[in-house]
Write a protein that binds this ligand. Structure first.
Ligand SMILES: *Cc1c(COP(=O)(O)O)cnc(C)c1O
Length: 421
């Protein structure tokens, strides 16, 4: 099936007389015929649901759909994108281990890696994603266990050279984890370029309607965990009396361990109702992404020719440093997120923001409705102008998440707000 068809039909196939739409299994628990069967479930030798923290039929259907969309062997839904990143990383790294991450990633992920995981004994080296392979190789240490990057990084709208990072990771015997939130599998499937693990904040385009927090981790099944660097996969797990993940689960070792060990212990699960809402979003993902990209491309070109605007970041623009990478990795479009810097700095940006009538001011992206954020007065307000510039954020920077309204209405709103600056 093509991706558009998978979005509608993967994960749930009704039988004779079953409900046409995915049912919500609103139950924490499941019943069994015998204690033997329950024992087999807890030994992980029989398939089936134990408890909805670990798996649930509604969530399972959506996990199967997302695994198919990304071309992976399995997926695990989580309560948020942050939970997906946490579990994806901790499923590989232990205290004393080291991660190499690109520096231009979601701010919440930087906090998680640079502050919270550091407190737990996991160190991260942040690298310039655009540096040469020789330069990037210098960041690797004997205890490096994974590489992390984002397909389309926020707010710089930088496109990751996935093949370059996959080569580097594999040369060093470690997996590449890619946060594919902004691209979604409709625009890019990182496994096709060598990524080993993909994760998403499903809160963004996958849900798309700003109704449900969520995350997901997808396993390509391609990484060899038996290369000597990952004993947690090849040595007995005492919490399942001696089970060895690579022996019992083969290609699905990573995603099974994430579920039965880390989801069991951390409990950051998606609910049945949350998965139902996510599934509704996924059904229309291809249509929405197509229009988000079309509208964002028009908005980027419109802003680029305005004299009130100093610069625009969007990969389809002539002269954009990521244009070639976007043509390779994002041939169908570069998502709905456009960053631009208004002339006149912080004051001009605030006047622009306060003059918008259609676009809403929110701390969110990837909604069906156009929305705008001014980092200097919101997410980064604790920083002075000088500190902002040092962090690579111009005080006049505005991040637009272009929605699905008619393009004429979006351009009219931007145009009248620019006129007030
Ligand atoms: C929002 C976001 C996250 C975090 O996801 P939540 O669902 O908000 O926890 C992670 N990565 C990227 C790229 C994001 O945009």
């Amino acid at each position: 099936m093509k991706l558009e068809t998978q979005c509608l039909h993967e994960g749930y196939t009704p039988g004779n007389g079953d409900t046409r739409t995915l049912p919500i299994y609103q139950s924490t628990t499941y019943t069994y015929d015998s204690t033997d069967h329950i024992g087999a479930l807890f030994d992980l030798t029989a398939p089936g649901h134990m408890y909805s923290r670990i798996s649930n039929p509604t969530v399972d259907a959506v996990e199967q759909k997302i695994a198919a969309l990304e071309g992976g062997v399995g997926a695990l839904c989580t309560s948020s994108g942050q939970a997906a990143t946490l579990i994806a990383v901790l499923n590989i790294l232990n205290a004393g281990d080291h991660l190499v991450s690109t520096g231009t990633i979601y701010g919440g992920t930087i906090n998680l890696l640079a502050v919270t995981l550091k407190r737990l004994g996991i160190e991260t080296t942040f690298v310039d994603a655009d540096a040469s392979e020789e330069e990037l190789q210098k960041a690797f240490q004997p205890n490096t266990k994974a590489v992390f990057g984002e397909t389309i990084a926020n707010p710089a709208i930088a496109v990751l050279d996935i093949e370059k990072f996959a080569r580097l990771a594999h040369k060093n015997g470690v997996p590449l984890i890619v946060d594919n939130t902004f691209a979604t599998p409709f625009l890019c499937r990182p496994f096709e370029y060598g990524a080993d693990i993909v994760l998403h904040s499903t809160t963004k385009y996958m849900d798309g309607h700003a109704v449900q927090m969520g995350g997901v981790i997808v396993d390509s099944g391609n990484f060899d965990w038996t290369n000597g660097k990952f004993p947690a996969f090849t040595q007995p797990d005492d919490s399942y009396h001696g089970l060895i993940y690579t022996q019992s689960f083969g290609k699905a070792a990573y995603i099974t361990k994430a579920r039965v060990q880390l989801m069991r212990d951390f409990g950051a699960c998606q609910s049945a109702f949350g998965a139902f809402l996510l599934n509704l979003g996924l059904e229309t993902l291809p249509l929405r992404m197509e229009r988000h990209c079309q509208n964002a491309d028009r908005v980027a070109h419109f802003l680029a020719q305005s004299e009130k605007v100093e610069s625009v970041s969007y990969p389809t623009l002539e002269g954009n440093p990521y244009r070639e990478l976007a043509q390779k990795y994002l041939p169908k479009g570069s998502s709905g997120v456009v960053s631009f810097t208004i002339r006149g700095g912080r004051d001009a940006a605030v006047r622009f923001m306060d003059s918008l009538k259609l676009a809403s001011l929110v701390v969110h992206v990837a909604d069906i409705r156009t929305c705008a954020l001014h980092p200097a007065s919101a997410t980064h307000r604790q920083l002075t102008d000088a500190q902002l510039v040092a962090a690579g954020i111009n005080p006049g920077l505005i991040r637009l998440s272009v929605g699905l309204e008619h393009i004429d209405d979006i351009l009219e709103d931007l145009s009248q707000a620019l006129a007030k600056v």
